[in-house]
Write a protein that binds this ligand. Structure first.
Ligand code: HEM
Length: 537
């Protein structure tokens, strides 16, 4: 009681000193006790003491690069936080992520939960298995073929826009369509391709997941309808009448939300409510809200206007679990939101990176164009079909090589060691330890990819040990939590890249300039300005 009395009588200034000192002392004490038995592993001293070190690195936008440098310096094992060890050995992938080893997503993923849990941020094994069973049917190879017409429709719209800008650009004109506008120079149109790839990806996934495109390609603008009042929109399910909406920049909001959640998720759960009030985090919190509003508005709209069209939302509505139950409305909204988030900028960042590398290496681009010209006849439609391009080896090698060097999911995805512990690369880790394998780093492992692992060179896919490459190639992750949309993503990339590269020739303004990227949850190109010219085929 005496201690409590003394503390309550302390002046405010003393508290200002006391609280931080107690926090620091607590961290040092935990470091000394070493409850996770990770103290013997190398890494920055501050990382061993507090989550704040990794939080700051994540907030810098260069987490993968920082972790990569640490692995170069310290080797296979690097401690990234008091309870988080990064393992850069490709052999670790199968244990940390594979089927049957029992790892679960760590509490990092709690920072991604908004309107209920979707497939991506469900951590419970049984709940995830139930959802995955319903959703994986929708993304089977056979099922995704039904979505091909939607992909081809919006790609056709992108081409119509680029053809229009090229015709004007070839005459030396300029304009302001798309972010940053476009200008004609040297018989080409010059534009930042990233926003256009975002419009394409958002319109495709908007159409598939919500039943209508956002209309970004048509307006050349980042704008999506969001429910003004979530609760009212939720209540409107099944009722007559319209949901009140306003328009917001969805691509920007998705970026803000990814940066926010990927940083917040690195911090201990007790820190999260405190930092949410800092200005930087407030922007992200608003983004989480707005993003859910897009799903709420779209799903509410859809449910008040029933349709028999074939899309992801329709299939989710029909999906039943083992007990034959349909998804409730909240779950349906959460899953549609998950697909919007998971299936939009993943595809646009990847498309953008592929085009950047093809523009940077003109000989690779020409070789790919030769393959496309031989495979596709003159009279074929402007937009390739999946059937035409699904087995073109050089096209596949170009896509894989770009996904290797610019894996949009580059960070080590954190997993929790299950009951009984886990042995990874000869080291034992007790239950509750957080482990991850950094994709960015294993995609640069010189033993697997060769001495020139830092260079974009599709030929390596025909030269190096195929088994080792396939075991290490991790753009979609491995195991029960790997990308459920992989078949859809692969089909999209094959159709998009084959169509664009057959129709246009791409050059960079400054070929020596590396593709600058910033990372929240995903590594995103900052911009990719290309000069586009129509080919004569
Ligand atoms: C090039 C495009 C894509 C890449 C590189 C990619 C990559 C990934 C990766 C690495 C994960 C694991 C994330 C984690 O464990 O934290 C993942 C999960 C997921 N992806 Fe994709 N993805 C792509 C496209 C898509 C598309 C088009 C969809 C659907 C429309 C989709 C839906 C999902 C979902 C729902 C999950 C969570 C799966 C689960 O936890 O069971 N992805 N993706």
């Amino acid at each position: 009681m005496a201690i409590v009395d003394t503390l309550t009588q302390l002046p405010a200034a003393s508290w200002l000193l006391l609280v931080p000192s107690a926090v620091v002392a607590g961290h040092v004490l935990l470091w000394l006790i070493d409850p996770h038995k990770l103290r013997s592993y190398p890494g920055p001293v501050l990382a061993g003491l507090s989550d704040v070190w990794l939080g700051r690195v994540a907030g810098s936008g260069h987490r993968s690069e920082v972790v990569h440098e640490l692995h170069k310096q310290h080797g296979t094992f690097v401690r990234l936080a008091p309870n988080h060890l990064s393992i850069s050995d490709p052999e670790a992938l199968q244990v940390v992520y594979g089927h049957g080893t029992g790892t679960l997503k760590s509490n990092f993923y709690e920072a991604f939960v908004s309107i209920g849990r979707g497939l991506f941020n469900t951590r419970s094994r049984s709940q995830h298995a139930r959802k995955r069973k319903i959703v994986s049917h929708i993304f089977s190879q056979k099922a995704v073929l039904e979505f091909e017409p939607n992909i081809r429709l919006y790609l056709g719209q992108l081409i119509a826009q680029w053809d229009r800008l090229y015709e004007a650009g070839a005459k030396g004109l300029s304009g302001d369509d798309g972010e940053g506008g476009w200008r004609g120079k040297d018989g080409r149109v010059w534009l930042d391709s990233l926003p256009w790839f975002n419009y394409l990806a958002f319109d495709i996934i908007g159409d598939l997941a919500f039943g209508a495109p956002f209309g970004m390609l048509a307006t050349a603008q980042d704008a999506a309808p969001v429910a003004v009042n979530h609760d009212a929109a939720m209540a409107a399910y099944g009722a007559e009448g319209k949901v009140e909406v306003k328009y917001i920049p969805a691509v920007q909001i998705l970026n803000d939300r990814g940066n926010y959640s990927a940083t917040l998720g690195t911090l201990a759960p007790w820190m999260r409510p405190l930092v949410k009030h800092l200005p930087w985090f407030k922007v992200g919190k608003q983004a989480v809200n707005d993003l859910s509003g897009i799903a709420v508005a779209a799903v509410a709209q859809r449910l008040t206007t029933p349709t028999d069209r074939v899309d992801l939302l329709g299939k989710l509505q029909e999906g039943r679990d083992d007990e034959g139950k349909l998804m409730g409305r909240e779950e349906l909204t959460a899953e549609a939101l998950t697909q919007l988030i998971a299936g939009s900028d993943t595809t646009s960042n990847s498309s953008c990176a592929i085009v950047y590398y093809l523009a940077r290496y003109p000989e690779v681009q020409r070789k790919l164009q030769r393959e496309l010209d031989e495979a596709l006849a003159m009279e074929d439609e402007t937009v390739s079909t999946y059937e035409q391009v699904k087995r073109l080896p050089y096209l596949q090698a170009c896509i894989d090589e770009a996904l290797r060097i610019h894996a949009t999911s580059g960070i080590g995805l954190p997993r929790l060691v299950p009951e009984g512990g886990l042995t990874v690369c000869g080291e034992f880790f007790p239950e509750g330890t957080v482990l991850s394998v950094p994709t960015y780093t294993i995609h640069r492992n010189t033993e697997v990819w060769g001495k020139d692992a830092d260079t974009f060179r599709p030929e390596r896919w025909f030269e190096q040990d195929k088994t080792a490459m396939q075991k290490t190639f991790n753009p979609f992750s491995f195991g029960p939590r790997s990308c459920v949309g992989r078949n859809l993503a692969t089909m999209q990339l094959l159709i998009i890249i084959s169509t664009l590269l057959r129709r246009y020739e791409f050059v960079l303004e400054n070929p020596e300039q590396p593709l600058e990227a910033l990372e929240g949850f995903l590594r995103k190109p900052v911009e990719c300005i290309v000069g586009i010219k129509k080919r004569s085929i």
